[in-house]
Design a protein around this ligand. Structure first.
Ligand SMILES: NC(=O)C1=CN([C@@H]2O[C@H](COP(=O)(O)OP(=O)(O)OC[C@H]3O[C@@H](n4cnc5c(N)ncnc54)[C@H](O)[C@@H]3O)[C@@H](O)[C@H]2O)C=CC1
Ligand SMILES: O=C(O)/C=C/C=C(\O)C(=O)O
Length: 486
């Protein structure tokens, strides 16, 4: 049986508690690996190693040397591409093509792009007048924050973990990563990559375990962690924020969403159907940017619902490594139970089930996996649980609308504010509506089209702060101003 160990100070270690927990495959619920759980002492050792590394060889590197190191990491990820694809498929059960074309390439890009950003983005400088007429010059320098705690989720494990580790290292910090207990494999592989490229010991560390009373909590409460970056559930964000308050540590949070898709009657119909389908069902709906509320302008409502239904009914369930399959299971039995409870609630609250709503009939070898049908509802009021609460599953509610003002109000009627996708051929309308929807990211005639130099994050309860491009520099460095009187 494969063992996944912690990675502390450049070494793979089981840890002081000699304790393991099971990693089960989402496709059939079989145990596929044993994960070494980090104790409080192990987390302490990882944080201290990261702290020591700040003042060693890593801390003394020039920006150019760091940049070269990050390029080497990206190249090594690309060289071991198939290993990363296999590990992520085993952990998540999601299709080969999604790993190959979206999640794993993004992991390498997360190192390259931020290497380029730190190399090319200047810090600010201002000259000022002084009473004696000689003036003064101000210039900013960016220093690493220190040890960054990275808490990452299970839905796109490698992409979301490296989205934080890439910029943190580019800025000269060191990191301790706590991957989700559901998906530890690619973080461990990244440890191998770090050793292969000669990354100094202690710069990158991984501690495995759970949240409360385990590695997640030990890490976020550790007094030598200088900043915490987290992607996951809003409620977990609240707990981490409380931990970060001790010692006034900085935080960057990307949290949940209940994102709206808006389809106007003038949209290119096929593009809109394909785009909304992808935004609802990619990764079996386990994407924080995913659409769970769809608003369609009334003249095309029936036709749109029928087209989305046809596509949802055509998904090909199957093992991720089977190139014919395009739809995977949910991550865990627990998550399946949560999503199924929403499928039941929708019916209890009076939804019309357009398609799905249950569990597919799978062959014997996959029967115990966490499979669930893509599901579409109509006919619910906006107050219904499945229209208000983040489900994080392959499902959406579709409702007709008549005016721009109405759909803006509907889209904004949520505690979340992460993303929106708008489909229209009327550019003026796209601008006007986009400006009025209170989210961090709006896509027009597209979804999940990512330029890593742009600001990324959520408003309202979907997050705190922005990452991406220079915004990541803001979070991962301490900007200091130096004022010189001339
Ligand atoms: N990107 C997103 O917006 C994501 C949203 N979710 C939502 O969250 C729900 C639950 O999924 P989970 O993986 O359990 O999300 P979660 O927010 O509980 O876990 C994310 C990470 O935080 C860690 N964690 C949990 N409690 C912690 C604590 N008190 N202190 C420090 N670390 C802690 C977990 O071990 C994991 O590494 C999903 O059903 C979904 O609705 C989950 C994953 C990603
Ligand atoms: O593209 C990114 O940087 C982040 C994407 C986030 C998700 O897909 C998620 O958290 O589900």
């Amino acid at each position: 049986m494969q063992q996944i160990k912690n990675f502390i100070n450049g070494e793979f270690v089981i840890g002081s508690a000699n304790k393991f927990f099971d990693k089960r495959s989402p496709v059939n619920n079989q145990v596929i690996a044993q994960i070494a759980e980090a104790s409080q002492a192990d987390v302490d050792a990882a944080v201290k190693a990261a702290h020591t590394a700040l003042n060693g060889e890593w801390g003394k590197m020039t920006v150019d040397q760091r940049v070269e190191m990050l390029y080497a990491v990206a190249n090594e990820i690309t060289r071991r591409f198939e290993d990363f694809v296999a590990a992520e498929m085993a952990d998540t059960g999601q299709p080969n093509h999604v790993m190959r074309h979206v999640f794993i390439p993004r992991g390498a890009a997360n190192f390259k792009v931020f290497a380029d950003v730190v190399k090319n983005v200047a810090a600010e400088s201002f000259t000022m007048a002084t009473p004696d007429g000689r003036g003064a010059v101000n210039y900013a320098v960016r220093n690493p924050k220190g040890v960054v705690g990275v808490i990452s989720p299970w839905n796109a494990p490698f992409m979301l973990m490296t989205w934080k580790v890439g910029p943190a290292l580019a800025c000269g910090n060191t990191v301790v990563v706590k991957p989700s207990e559901e998906t530890p494999m690619t973080s461990a592989l990244l440890g191998e990559v770090m050793n292969a490229v000669g990354m100094p010991k202690g710069v990158f560390n991984v501690v495995n375990g759970f949240g409360p009373d385990s590695a997640g909590e030990f890490l976020t409460h550790h007094p030598m962690v200088d900043a915490i970056t987290f992607t996951g559930e809003t409620r977990t964000g609240t707990a981490i924020m409380k931990a970060a308050a001790e010692g006034m540590r900085d935080i960057s949070f990307e949290l949940g969403g209940k994102n709206a898709g808006v389809v106007f009657a003038d949209a290119n119909f096929d593009d809109a159907v394909n785009g909304i389908f992808r935004s609802v069902f990619l990764n079996s709906g386990q994407v924080c940017l995913g659409t769970e509320r769809v608003y369609v302008e009334r003249p095309i409502f029936d036709k749109f619902v029928a087209a989305l239904k046809a596509k949802a009914e055509a998904v090909k369930y199957g093992r991720p490594e089977d190139h014919g399959s395009d739809y995977g299971p949910l991550i865990s039995a627990e998550h399946k139970q949560k999503v199924m409870s929403y499928y039941k609630k929708a019916v209890d609250e009076g939804a019309t089930v357009v398609t799905g709503g249950g569990v597919p009939d799978m062959p014997d070898d996959l029967k115990d996996g966490h499979w669930i049908q893509p599901t579409i509802w109509t006919g619910l009021p906006e107050t219904a649980s499945v229209v208000q609460e983040e489900i994080f599953g392959p499902c959406c509610h579709i409702r007709p609308f008549d005016t721009d003002e109405e759909v803006i109000k509907l889209a904004n009627d949520t505690q979340y504010g992460l993303s929106t996708t708008i489909w229209t051929t009327n550019l003026a309308r796209a601008h006007t509506v986009a400006a009025k929807i209170d989210v961090g990211i709006t896509w027009v005639n597209s979804w999940f089209l990512r330029d890593l130099r742009t600001a990324f994050g959520g408003s309202k309860q979907s997050g705190i702060g922005r990452e991406g491009g220079v915004h990541s520099l803001e979070f991962y460095t301490e900007t200091r101003n130096i004022c010189i009187k001339l």
